[in-house]
Design a protein around this ligand. Structure first.
Ligand code: GDP
Length: 317
């Protein structure tokens, strides 16, 4: 049990992103007063010397390592070098600086794409490294696996209290809605909203619609991260999800019903499906006392409200 004191110096690496911004919101809501952040122009997390310098100057006691180069299936396939290099470097520099500057505890965030493409469903933590990865996101997955191993190695060799959490597909406020690099859920919100605004009815959904995906609202993820920071000190990485999944077709229909009920869906099978299924087994997390609380349709509605508010603010500016 590691209680983070309310005035502890807490570094959220990657605070502008979907996950980092949710963790900052949550820490602020809970009354933490010393949240440390560094923007990309202030600190290049791929640069070990710069990261060491920043740690020496700011002396974080707790670190949420949630920074990284991320993206959906298209971005992963077209920018493999960036996904591998940026993420390997970012994980390594922050973990090493956390050791050098004696951080009390670090939580590293991976991704459910670390598991083999053909892993038995639902996927338990011990499926890691038991088979070949899904090719469309292999570089990203390799970097994320290296991050888990890094935390375990630092724990074993140096006694650092570094833990790892592996979330399923995430969504929520501050997500990326750019159609070339986004994940499916924000992409579909945008596509249905654009069609509604333009008065068109046909919306294109990539692939066959048959793959299954699991989705967790990022506010639930932030809640799980704080829970693990306080209640978990193990070497084993922990799956974070709802344990519930649905097909891309069902997801598209749910989003359509919320955003543009008159629309029809056309599947573009020239686009990749990616991995057929990656439903997480969340029993370990549940045994640690955590379950999700935001139902998918409610999460989609609130994310759509956020998207509309942003869009309105930008077009009114
Ligand atoms: P993945 O979970 O790593 O495969 O990442 P994505 O969220 O990018 O894709 C999940 C699934 O949604 C894949 O089967 C995609 O083909 C499908 N999909 C359907 N329409 C879209 C879209 O407009 N954008 C994205 N990124 N994926 C889509």
């Amino acid at each position: 049990m590691t209680e983070q004191p309310k005035d502890a110096r807490i570094f959220v690496a990657g605070h502008r992103g979907l996950v980092g911004s949710a963790i900052v919101r949550r820490l602020e809501r809970d009354g933490y007063t010393n949240i440390l952040t560094a923007s990309r122009d202030q600190l290049d997390l791929r640069d070990q010397a710069a990261v060491n310098y920043w740690f020496r100057a700011n002396r974080p006691e707790y670190v949420y390592l949630v920074a990284g180069t991320v993206g959906g299936i298209l971005a992963n396939s077209t920018r493999p070098a960036e996904f591998l290099y940026d993420n390997m470097m970012i994980h390594a520099t922050v973990v090493e600086a956390s050791r050098l500057h004696e951080v009390t505890k670090l939580l590293y965030l991976g991704s459910s794409c670390i598991y083999p493409r053909e892993a038995a469903q639902p996927i338990t933590e011990d499926a890691l490294l038991t088979g070949p990865l899904e090719p469309t996101n292999e570089p990203y997955a390799i970097a994320k696996i290296a991050g888990i191993k890094l935390c375990q190695a630092y724990r074993r060799q140096y006694g650092c209290n570094f833990i790892s959490a592996m979330p399923t597909n995430l969504y929520g406020p501050n997500d990326n809605f750019d159609l070339n690099s986004s994940h499916v859920l924000p992409a579909l919100i945008r596509k249905f909203d654009d069609a509604r605004a333009e008065g068109t009815t046909e919306v294109e959904v990539w692939g066959s619609g048959t793959p299954y995906r699991e989705f967790l609202h990022v506010d639930d993820l932030a809640d799980a991260c704080l829970h693990l920071m306080e209640h978990y000190d193990g070497d084993q990485h922990v799956n974070v999800g709802t344990g519930l999944d649905l097909t891309i077709r069902d997801l598209a229909e749910t989003i359509r019903d919320i955003v543009h009920p008159d629309a029809t869906i056309r599947f573009d099978t020239s686009k990749p499906d990616g991995t057929p299924r990656k439903q997480l087994d969340v029993s370990l997390l549940e045994s640690l006392g955590w379950t999700h609380s935001i139902p998918l349709d409610q999460g989609i509605r609130s994310t759509y409200d956020w998207y509309r508010a942003q869009h309105f603010a930008t077009s009114a500016a």
